[in-house]
Write a protein that binds this ligand. Structure first.
Ligand SMILES: Cc1ncc(COP(=O)(O)O)c(C=O)c1O
Length: 462
């Protein structure tokens, strides 16, 4: 009987044999680019895959292999690759000049459409999810004149100082459950991390405790309404309403980080899906249809701090004409409200069949689906917060990533943390290949003789 390590080793060898040109490019790139990649998150085991091009639901690597793409560039490419409407919008715009740092009319179309979808009247633009959450935190501090921020333990909200706290850590590094430490990421001073108060997801009691203890010191709470860097952890009944009520009761602003969920789980994001409206919404990823883009929406009261200059929301490339042309096409031509019914149909087909397949092979698994997002987790105990998520096996998720890759499906490389993202171009036939690969995966796990996901060590954070 082969061990998990041996099976992973064999699958990694198969993976590497498929991608010799990627391996060569990686070796060359590593001489001038740290790790040979543009972002450390592209630095995955067994080797980064270099992409040649994409079309619709597919991507091709530089070795000519074609994959069904459920990676979607970490959940950004919901319009599918080279979507004709987005291509036309960008092509039409590119010949007219790509940068002025002055407004172009598409800004208004995009802002009005977002206002309608998210129920927040005022919008500004930026270039990424990190910029959006950074602006949200600056705004909350500027509006309230207070310094402290509440954030969820283990939740990723971008790569700026205020939120690079208590993420990608093991349980022992996070401190006692009731009094969690504020653990800065390398490069972030402890003094900045100390302006953050950490609470577990799905825990209104802990939130109320912090709100009471630091009364009159907290500017706001930054919060991913569905936690999406831990597989997907969905809000428990009434949790989002409870967070809204408690923050309002204590005079604390609430910012939803909808960088991953916005325009993906519903046409109006988690905000509309759950019917809870925060003071600020942060968007990025799917909004640009593959072009770098970010946005923050807010109430009249919050955004008045920008209007009257209490907070300068700035950036050379904010509202760039190409970005806004792409976002206009995304909102008005592609991600229209009608496409979400089809996404829910395909997504629930994938999830239902995936769970049925894994259970048939005696494996524990649970999952979650909303709009274009699907998540399958190899455990029988749904995690309700980050610490519970850390107990889930990393090895099994990595094997799943490898099995799917070798079977023609591209998933995000950090298997345990990530989820599948569908696009408007995916079909049931694509879903069936994913499920067929799961049959082979189930057979392998079953051949290990026990409920594999219980057998192998948990504890790593990816
Ligand atoms: C929830 C969430 N917020 C913020 C960010 C940061 O976005 P970006 O990578 O565009 O800076 C991410 C990125 O994955 C994210 O998942």
């Amino acid at each position: 009987m082969r061990s998990l390590d041996q099976i992973i080793e064999a699958e990694e060898q198969t993976f590497l044999q498929r991608v010799p040109k990627s391996i060569a490019l990686h070796a060359q790139a590593s001489k001038s680019i740290p790790g040979g990649v543009a972002s450390s998150w592209a630095s995955s085991r067994p080797t980064p895959v270099w992409v040649s091009h994409g079309s619709g639901a597919h991507v091709w690597d530089v070795d000519g292999n074609r994959y069904i793409d459920f990676h979607a560039g970490y959940g950004a490419n919901v319009v599918g690759h080279a979507n004709p409407a987005v291509v036309a919008a960008v092509q039409d715009r590119v010949t007219l000049g790509t940068h002025f740092a002055q407004p172009t009319p598409d800004l208004i179309v995009v802002a009005e459409e977002l206002a309608k979808r998210f129920g927040l009247p005022q919008w500004r633009f930026c270039n990424s999810g990190s910029e959006a959450t950074m602006d949200a935190i600056h705004l909350m501090r500027a509006v309230t004149g207070k310094d402290l921020i509440i954030k969820i333990e283990g939740s990723y909200n971008g790569h700026h100082d205020s939120v690079l706290v208590s993420i990608f850590r093991s349980t022992s590094q996070l401190g006692p459950e009731q009094e969690p430490w504020r653990v800065p990421t390398a490069g972030v001073p402890q003094a900045i991390a100390d302006l953050v108060r950490i609470v577990p997801y799905n825990d209104l009691v802990a939130l109320e405790r912090v709100l009471t203890e630091f009364k009159n010191e907290i500017a706001g709470m930054i919060f991913e309404p569905m936690m999406m860097n831990a597989g997907i952890i969905a809000p428990q009944d009434n949790y989002l309403h409870g967070v809204r009520e408690l923050t309002a009761k204590h005079g604390v602003l609430l910012a939803f980080d909808e960088v991953k969920t916005g325009l993906v789980v519903h046409h109006g994001g988690a905000t509309k899906l759950y019917g809870v409206t925060p003071d600020i919404v942060c968007l990025a990823k799917a909004l640009g249809g593959g072009v770098p883009c970010g946005a923050i929406g807010g109430t009249d009261e919050v955004m008045s701090a920008i209007t009257d200059g209490r907070y300068n929301q700035i950036g050379t490339f904010n509202g760039n004409p190409l970005t806004m042309a792409a976002a206009r096409a995304v909102l008005t031509q592609v991600m229209t409200p009608d496409v979400y019914d089809r996404a829910n149909e395909l997504g629930s087909y994938i999830l239902g069949n995936a769970l049925e397949t894994l259970h048939r092979y005696g494996q524990s698994a649970y999952g979650f689906q909303a709009g274009f997002k699907v998540c399958v987790v190899f455990s029988d105990k749904p995690a309700k917060n980050y610490r519970e998520f850390l107990d889930i096996s990393t090895g099994i998720s990595h094997l799943h990533f490898l099995k799917q890759f070798n079977g023609g499906i591209f998933l995000p490389p950090w298997g345990k943390s990530e989820s599948l993202t569908l696009s408007v171009a995916h079909t049931k036939a694509d879903a069936d290949i994913y499920i067929q690969n799961l049959v082979e995966f189930g057979e392998v796990l079953q051949s290990m003789g026990e409920r594999a996901s219980k057998v192998f060590a948990a504890g790593s954070y990816n």
